[in-house]
Design a protein around this ligand. Structure first.
Ligand code: UD1
Ligand code: CA
Length: 497
């Protein structure tokens, strides 16, 4: 058999996780953009089981709601008040309809386990026609773990002794039980009916199944992994951070091997569900979260955080924060810009420096280059919003939409007061407050006429640096002292349009 699929996987997640010291159930803590439990279930699903069961008890409703949101296909089994991993599996099997075949047991707090290891475990288990095959690891400090007791020739596993039940000699054993196993389903059901709670912790130990199977003359085997991190569980927040960093390291390695340049892996964080096209370049201090999707040859960073954001091929995104945004092919964004949900920037579009956008469709080749806010707006193609253009979408009560056509030229410091629309090819003068629709091709202006009060600085700022600079610049054209009276002021003013 090449890639045998198990009949079922039972994922244990009923424990309290008190060492997390958290109001959030342990298995709902996240690394790599997913909960520990979803990582565990994703690995389990990757083994291709016919049935997948999660065993819950602690914070049952919260964990069940999380599963309904993120893994609705998973069956939920409830553990009762009888404690221990043996009881947990027994409760889990209550949901398994199969009567024969291989069943895998894994933990909901072991996030780095991968499907390939599970499939390898099933293959080894079935090849050896074993009753139980346990995944083990040799570790420098086995404190707290169950120890593997082997036959003299080492081929068979005689049993597992828990740290708390072990003798001093047994505690010297450095081969530990990972807690991940392949069982013959019929053997497992039968043995679970026979285990007791007579041990140091007063619990039903799943580990007792191994010695029972062994006593029944069945074969019990071990598969040793040299990837210790992969079988490590999270018990506290120190381990959460350690396994989070290791997961990130593995994710980055995967992208680099697939042809993505990661300039500084040490400052780059990429979630498990992110996809990145070939020859993309990820610069230092970048975080890519959620379902972010980066196109081929895009350049991201430095210092950029993208969440659930799609970046087209060849686009360039520098020092930017974006959530639920779509950035078109060959577009450019940043530096120092903030793209909020619903931002859609077209092909070769530009959102430049110090720009905030929200629920804004910005067409192909359109530019919002400097210091703008664009919210609840739709802008056509090839348009340019001058520096400092603000879309005033909110009147304090309601939010309204703004429509700007194609090839529009909005003058610097214009305010587009929604709801308003500007037709194709419309223009606005600098400083225009657009409250009425602008027809296609029209120029809208409403900045008030400029008055120049000539010599004002010489009269009102005499003796200051500005006054002296003005006097020096005007030279012989400087008005005489007689002109300093206020009555002369009027005659010195003239309008300039
Ligand atoms: C268990 C193993 C130990 C192994 C270690 C690996 C037993 C008796 N011991 O010990 O040999 O080296 O895991 O980490 O199996 N759980 C339930 N219901 C329960 C108790 C636990 O669902 O009543 C779940 C927990 O949520 C957790 C997993 O089982 O996901 C392991 O529980 P934990 O208490 O950490 O087991 P250990 O005592 O560490
Ligand atoms: Ca544990």
């Amino acid at each position: 058999m090449n890639n045998p699929a198990p009949a079922a996987v039972v994922v244990l997640a009923a424990g309290a996780g008190t060492r997390m010291r958290s109001r959030t159930p342990k298995v709902l803590h996240e690394i790599g953009g997913r909960s520990l439990l979803i990582h565990a279930l994703t690995a389990a699903e990757g083994a291709g089981p016919a049935e997948l069961v999660a065993v819950l008890r602690h914070e049952r409703e919260r964990v069940a709601a999380h599963l309904a949101d993120h893994a609705p296909e998973v069956l939920i089994a409830d553990q009762d008040e009888i404690p221990g991993t043996g009881r947990a599996v027994q409760c889990g099997l209550g949901k398994v309809t199969a009567t024969e075949g291989t069943v895998l047991v894994t933990y909901g707090d072991v996030p780095l386990l991968d499907p390939a290891t599970l499939r390898g475990l099933v293959a080894a288990h079935e090849e050896a026609a074993a009753a139980v095959t346990v995944l083990t690891a040799t570790v420098p400090d086995p404190t707290g773990y169950g120890r593997i007791l082997r036959s003299e020739d080492g081929a068979e596993v005689l049993g597992i002794v828990e740290h708390k039940d072990a003798t001093d000699t047994q505690r010297e054993i450095v081969e530990i039980n990972s807690g991940i196993y392949a069982f013959d389903l019929a053997v497992l059901r039968d043995a679970l009916d026979r285990i007791t709670t007579t041990n140091a912790q007063g619990e039903m130990y799943l580990t007792d199944v191994l010695s029972i199977a062994r006593q029944d003359g069945r074969s019990v085997r071990a598969v040793v992994t040299d990837d210790q991190m992969m079988v490590e569980g999270v018990n506290d927040r120190v381990q959460l951070a350690q396994l989070g960093a290791e997961m990130n390291r593995r994710i980055l390695e995967g992208h680099m091997r697939a042809g993505v340049t990661v300039v500084d892996p040490g400052s780059t964080w990429i979630d498990a569900d992110v996809s990145i096209g070939q020859d993309a370049i990820i610069r230092p201090w970048v975080q890519l979260h959620g379902a972010t999707d980066i196109g081929e040859e895009a350049e991201i960073g430095p210092e950029t955080t993208l969440t659930d954001t799609e970046v087209g091929p060849g686009a360039c995104v520098v020092r930017t924060q974006a959530t639920l945004a779509v950035i078109g092919k060959d577009a450019s964004v940043g530096p120092f810009s903030y793209l909020r949900p619903g931002t859609v920037l077209g092909t070769k579009g530009k959102i430049g420096g110090f720009v905030e956008t929200k629920n804004a469709q910005i067409g192909d080749g359109t530019k919002v280059p400097h210091l703008s806010y664009v919210g609840d707006a739709e802008i056509g193609e090839g348009t340019n919003l001058g520096a400092g253009t603000i879309v005033a979408n909110y009147d304090g009560v309601t939010k309204s939409r703004t429509t700007v056509g194609s090839h529009v030229r909005v003058g610097a410091d214009s305010v587009l007061v929604a709801p308003v629309s500007l037709g194709d090819g419309a223009h606005t003068g600098a400083g225009t407050v657009v409250r009425k629709d602008v027809p296609p091709g029209a120029l809208a202006v409403n900045a008030s006429a400029q008055r120049n009060m000539e010599g004002w600085a010489l009269r009102r700022r005499a003796g200051t640096a500005a006054g002296e600079a003005a006097r020096a610049a005007l030279g012989e054209h400087a008005p005489g002292d007689a002109a300093s009276g206020s009555g002369a002021q009027e005659s010195k003013e003239h309008e300039q349009r």
